[in-house]
Design a protein around this ligand. Structure first.
Ligand SMILES: Nc1ncnc2c1ncn2[C@@H]1O[C@H](COP(=O)(O)OP(=O)(O)OP(=O)(O)O)[C@@H](O)[C@H]1O
Length: 273
């Protein structure tokens, strides 16, 4: 039996890169069932590189990845895919699969490569479409829907995979305000009600302040650092990382902390911390 204190997922002294060049270093974290980890950092700092390394689709330059305390280095890909599901940044697929077939692809880890989908596979795909309000697009070609709709389809495909760990690359980037909150609420429900682990790359610090249990920051130098959201997302960090003056309002009376950027040229007094 799994001891309760063993994290669902752990990255240990991980160094990630492209073509042998180090992009992100000093990655150390343990994610427990029920936790949400946000990754934040400027464009090009290495969030996708790190996520793809965690997923083993890019080789780690050094370090180790463990699921339930076991190194995944030699796991067959089907076994790893049953543990970890991925929704990439929105991409336009090369073939006009139907939305339903695209979501059904999330089930391929649960059956042999050449086996027909089972009833359980179809039910899982239907459930994911229903959850995200995508039923009306069920038969639409994924090449003929909007960018935001395609992003929801990629999230639905990851949901259909029913893995214990969800890795989401900017899942709200092309979504309207309502769908951003719906996706984040759903990710939180999966963590808090079903005990899944969620790792999510994002750009909006307010999303991390409202939804993260912990935040991993990647600096422009590629160094990874980890902490509680309000420890990591400070006015100083926003200024040095993005050159944005902002006021960070601490959590109070059930309202999560949030940051309020001041437009350049606005009076200094508007963003006192
Ligand atoms: N396919 C690739 N081949 C080689 N280098 C790449 C490739 N994709 C990205 N890079 C480089 O790797 C570094 C990290 O890129 P990555 O996409 O991981 O950053 P990111 O933080 O996810 O960026 P963004 O916020 O813009 O999505 C950058 O220097 C980028 O130019």
């Amino acid at each position: 039996m799994q001891h309760f204190s063993v994290p669902l997922f752990r990255a240990q002294d991980l160094v990630c890169g492209r073509d042998g060049r180090v992009v992100v270093s000093s990655v150390n974290f343990a994610l427990r069932a029920g936790e949400i980890l946000f990754l934040l950092g400027p464009n090009g700092c290495g969030k996708t590189t790190l996520l793809r390394t965690l997923l083993r689709s890019l080789p780690a330059l050094s370090g180790e990845i463990l699921v339930d305390g076991e190194s995944v280095a030699n796991w067959p890909s089907e076994k790893f895919a049953r543990a970890a599901a991925y929704a990439p940044q929105s991409v336009k697929p090369p073939f006009p699969f139907s939305v339903f077939d695209m979501v059904l692809m999330g089930r391929s880890a649960h059956r042999g490569a050449f086996s027909a989908p089972t009833r359980a596979d179809r039910e899982a795909a239907d459930q994911a479409l229903e959850t995200l309000g995508l039923n009306r697009l069920r038969e639409a070609a994924v090449t003929e829907i909007s960018g935001g709709e395609r992003q929801l389809v990629l999230f639905a495909r990851a949901l259909a995979q029913q893995a214990r760990l969800l890795i989401l690359d900017e899942p709200t980037a092309s979504l309207d305000f309502g769908n951003q909150i719906a996706v984040l609420d759903h990710a939180r429900a999966l963590a808090k009600s079903e005990g899944r682990g969620v790792i999510l790359a994002a750009h909006d610090p307010n999303h991390a302040l409202a939804y993260a249990d912990r935040v991993g920051l990647i600096g422009r130098d590629g160094k990874f650092s980890l902490g509680a959201p309000e420890e990591m997302i400070t006015a100083e960090w926003l200024a040095t990382t993005y050159g944005v003056r902002a006021r960070v309002v601490p959590a109070q009376s059930g309202v999560p902390a949030f940051c309020l950027p001041a437009p350049r040229g606005a009076a200094e007094a508007t963003c006192e911390v």
